[in-house]
Design a protein around this ligand. Structure first.
Ligand code: URP
Ligand code: ZN
Ligand code: ZN
Ligand code: ZN
Length: 471
């Protein structure tokens, strides 16, 4: 046999092209792309399907430790199964350094959690919360060499916030080591100031999460992060951008010649601040940071995706159950500041962008692939092994039914969360088969391989840190 598997009769879509051809897979990689390929043990009929690179979700939180009474609704088993059913073949969770911990200790714990449980490939970004001279001077350079080539810093949250000086030191260390920096741009003091004022007025319902971190909070921090990146001469990714003014900060920086990149997420396209205004504590289901904004900001996020201000579209999957150990701890009833920030979305990211974006004529099929797979691989040092359909690439492939209509329903999802913020959303287009390195992981509603086949991926340095125009 020439091939292990042939995918026949589909329309292959990459970030650049769309054409009809067969794919021949051998030893987990794409060995041939051509007309009328023959000679395989298994032939998969892809007639009427789009054949695309598996989704890469470069911003997810899985099994991340938080406040003592709160448990994240996802371990690596449920998280990666949900990812596969959602058409993804690689996810990139964060490895949180808790204060006082070394990066290696943090990584050891995450690897132990992930080992043997992953149904898609996995690679970790670091979250630096304790950037001591030892961490920045010794640990980080060694870890970048080992393939942990990206890190996230936070400008807010009590247990993660860095001071301005620390942000600068981390960026300077990234400059020296070639790590790629992701920034959570919301200001700690501005949020505390507003949250205290709201609480003093008795405004404690989940809805006030939004007013406690308005657009100005995000715009100010975005501007500050960009200034720090300019001062230290590093490219950065502003993650989870929610609104026009923050997007315009990125746009202006790019016009000044800075290498500033942006990410947005499904919640900023289809949710609004009104969603946090539900009866009783229902609004907590939509509490994430930055918060969903207005329909005008949704329109801005679409423009950002259309014009390349946002090069990656990620889920920011950060699931807490709508239950006592999740969103609704005893403390959460006292006020919005105790509601864990984050919502699930690992399984619904691709259908939402396809339906709202491609089907509604806002983005092209090629943009869809770039935003959901190719640009993630390019940004984070996985390309061209991941993120495209090309000879030599891993056979990470999703077969997509562009006409299937579904109503998003918690009852159908595989994630560990007990609700979806997208309940009832009608979408057209759904992943019908996900293949990881040539092996079928999900086929329709079936998890084909109970045995987890996902691997850990060490990554190259981002080409973006070398100033190469990879996107
Ligand atoms: O609300 C969110 N997004 N929680 C997840 C953590 C983060 O900031 O990305
Ligand atoms: Zn964040
Ligand atoms: Zn977030
Ligand atoms: Zn996040």
């Amino acid at each position: 046999m020439t091939f292990d598997t042939i995918i026949k009769g589909g329309t292959i879509v990459t970030a650049a092209d769309a054409f009809m051809a067969d794919i021949g897979i051998r030893n987990g990689r794409i060995a041939a792309i051509g007309e009328a390929l023959e000679g395989a043990g298994t032939v998969i009929d892809a007639t009427g399907r789009l054949v695309m690179p598996g989704g890469i979700d470069s911003h997810v939180h899985i099994a991340q430790p938080g406040a003592p009474e709160v448990v994240m609704a996802e371990d690596f088993t449920s998280g990666t199964i949900a990812a596969a059913f959602g058409g993804n073949t690689t996810v990139m969770p964060f490895c949180l350094q808790q204060r006082g911990q070394s990066l290696r200790e943090a990584l050891k714990a995450y690897h132990a959690e992930a080992e043997g449980r992953c149904h898609v490939d996995v690679s970790f970004h670091l979250i630096l919360t304790d950037p001591t001279p030892g961490v920045l001077g010794q640990e980080l350079p060694a870890l970048v060499e080992e393939g942990y080539t990206s890190l996230k810093v936070f400008m807010t949250y009590d247990d993660m916030v860095l001071k301005d000086r620390e942000l600068l030191e981390v960026m300077a260390a990234a400059r020296r080591t070639g790590a790629f920096v992701m920034v959570h741009a919301e200001g700690y003091d501005t949020i505390r100031f507003l949250a205290d004022a709201l609480e003093a007025e008795g405004k404690t319902a989940p809805y006030y999460h939004g007013p406690s971190r308005p657009v100005a909070v995000e715009r100010e921090a975005t501007h500050r992060a960009i200034s720090f990146a300019e001062i230290t001469d590093v490219p950065i990714m502003i993650v989870h951008v929610s609104n026009r003014q923050a997007m315009e900060e990125i746009e202006r920086a790019r016009r000044r010649g800075l290498n500033i990149y942006g990410e947005t997420c499904p919640q900023y396209l289809v949710l609004t601040e009104e969603d946090m205004d539900g009866a009783a504590m229902e609004g907590a289901k939509f509490v994430c940071s930055p918060p969903p904004r207005t329909t005008e900001d949704q329109a801005a996020c679409w423009e950002g995706l259309q014009h390349g201000i946002f090069s990656v579209f990620s889920s920011d999957h950060c699931p807490y159950r709508f239950a006592e150990d999740g969103k609704l701890t005893a403390k959460a009833h006292d006020g919005f500041r105790w509601v864990p920030n984050g919502i699930p979305g690992i399984e619904t990211r691709l259908p939402i962008l396809f339906s709202e974006g491609v089907k509604k004529g806002r983005i092209s099929l090629n943009q869809f692939v770039a935003l959901t797979a190719t640009n993630h691989a390019k940004t984070y040092g996985l390309y061209p092994k991941k993120g495209t359909i090309a000879v030599g690439a891993d056979a990470d492939i999703v077969l997509w039914d562009p006409e299937m209509t579904r109503t998003i329903d918690q009852a159908d999802l595989h994630h560990g969360c007990d609700y979806t913020p997208y309940q009832g959303l009608e979408v057209t287009g759904w992943p019908v088969m996900t293949m990881l390195r040539g092996r079928v992981v999900t086929d329709g509603e079936t998890l084909v391989n109970e045995a987890p086949g996902g691997e850990y991926l060490a990554r190259e340095r981002s080409p973006l840190v070398e100033g190469r125009q990879a996107l």
